[in-house]
Design a protein around this ligand. Sequence first.
Ligand code: SF4
Length: 242
Amino acid sequence: MSIWNPWRGCHKKSDGCLNCYIHRADARKGINTDEICKLDRFNLPIEKDHKGNYKVKSGQLVYLCFNSDFLIEEADEWRGDAWQIMRERSDLTFLFLTKRIERFMVGLPEDFENWNEHIVVCCTIENQEKADERLKIFRTLPIKHKMITIQPMLEKIDLTPYLDENIECVVVGGESGKDVRPLDYEWVLDVRRQCVDSNVSFEFRQLGSTFIKDHKQYQIKRQDLCKQAKKADIDFRSTLKK
Ligand code: SF4
C-alpha cells in the first residue's frame, strides 16, 4: 500500500465536509486548507532509484489524493499529467475518493476507456440529496471500477436506483471526532439490506464517534471505531466476480 498526494488542499463542498479531517488537521498546524498547492512528490509513482527501478514497487494499491479531492478545480492544469503517470504505472492500482464526480470528464484523456482497468473511483455521498445528484452522474461515466462511499453517513439513504452490476462495493461509516453528527445503526443495516438484495458488496468501515443503536446513543473512542464495525460482522461479499 502506498499514498500519493500530487497536490494538497480542498474547499468544503457539501454537508459531508462540515467536520473534514483535513481541515481539522491543517487548522491545528496553522495551514490554510483552501490554498491548493502542487506538491514536490508529484511524480512519486514514476520516481526511479539509482538502478532505474521504480521506487513504488509493482502490484501495490496506491491511495491517491488523500489530503485533497482529485477533481478539484484548481488542479485542472495538473490533472492531465497525473493521468499520464497512472497510465504509465498500469502495474499499480490507483484509488481515489471524490465529492466532485460531476467534474470527472474535465481534462480526462480521450482514450481513458481503453486503459483504466487499474483505476478505482469512489463516489462519496452523505445524504439522499447528494446520492441522487452524484450517483445519477456516476452511473454514466466510463469507469471500469466504481465504488460508493457513504462517510459520514448523515441520514437514511435509498441507494436502490443506483446499485447496478457496475458498482463493486458500498462502504459505510460515521464521523469521528468531538461534537460530530451521529450515525444510526438502523441506517447502516438498511443500506446493507439494499446491497444484499442487489448482490453488491458492502463494508461497514467504522462507527461514528457518536453512535446510535436501538435508540440509545453511545460515545465511541477513536481506537474502537473500526474495531467495533468489524466486530458487528455485517460485511457482505457479492457473488459476482469483479
Ligand atoms: S471534499 Fe473531502 S477533502 Fe474536500 S473538504 Fe470535503 S471532506 Fe474535506
